[in-house]
Design a protein around this ligand. Structure first.
Ligand code: E4P
Length: 216
């Protein structure tokens, strides 16, 4: 499963990149706003520092505006993926851009049929938001399971990109279900490496090593 970071914070992205496990980045207007920097500055830096796909989101909610914005966003670099919300005009824009070979990430997906239409329109990625479904007492991971199954039944090539990830269990389940990608906040990426038995085991090894000095 590919691992993207869900962030617009340059330091977080750099740290995740240094860990050697980063395959791409997703941003959204809320994440960019949190940085307190301009969209242009942030987008340019991220696109240049990451080799993998970087999702940049359109703000327009009408077809023409989305297409215009997508053309501007593509100028940041070859690895830009246009993030488009799953509304009717978004679906039309997805079809137009995908037909031109431009990669689209359909965001704000909350149902299996939204995901199926996105795939039919040619989206490169579908982003179902699992955490936000859990927040309203619906099962976010069940949606992933259903979409993975539908895509496999009809051999859709759209990649399932698990979004709104809140904890490591979401990732274990995503990998078990065969999702293609998960986009993960930096805090959760760090959590993935934590295990109390690893820390306790290391302390014990280091304490015992003092008893039998070892060179090198
Ligand atoms: C997806 O690409 C979104 O940026 C993101 O995962 C939303 O997560 P949230 O529900 O934690 O805001």
């Amino acid at each position: 499963m590919k691992l993207f970071i869900d962030s617009a914070d340059i330091r977080e992205i750099q740290e995740a990149k240094d860990m050697g496990v980063l395959d791409g980045v997703t941003t959204n207007p809320s994440l960019v706003a949190k940085t307190g920097r301009t969209f242009e500055e942030v987008a340019q830096e991220i696109v240049e520092m990451v080799d993998g796909p970087v999702s940049l989101e359109v703000l327009a909610t009408d077809y023409d505006g989305m297409i215009r914005e997508a053309e501007e966003l593509m100028k940041y670099g070859d690895n830009v993926v246009i993030k488009i919300p799953l509304i009717l005009d978004g679906l039309k824009a997805t079809k137009t851009l995908s037909d031109q070979g431009i990669k689209v990430n359909n965001t704000l997906c909350f149902s299996p049929m939204q995901a199926m239409l996105a795939a039919k329109a040619g989206a490169a990625y579908i982003s179902p938001f699992v955490g936000r479904l859990d927040d309203i007492s619906q099962d976010g991971m069940e949606l992933i399971d259903t979409i993975v199954q539908i895509y496999s039944n009809y051999m859709f090539e759209t990649e399932v990109l698990v979004a709104s990830v809140r904890n490591p269990i979401h990732l274990v389940e995503s990998a078990r279900m065969g999702a293609d990608v998960a986009t993960v906040p930096f805090g959760v990426i760090k959590q993935l490496m934590k295990h109390p038995l690893t820390d306790i085991g290391l302390q014990k090894f280091l304490a015992d090593a003092k008893k039998t000095p070892q060179k090198g």
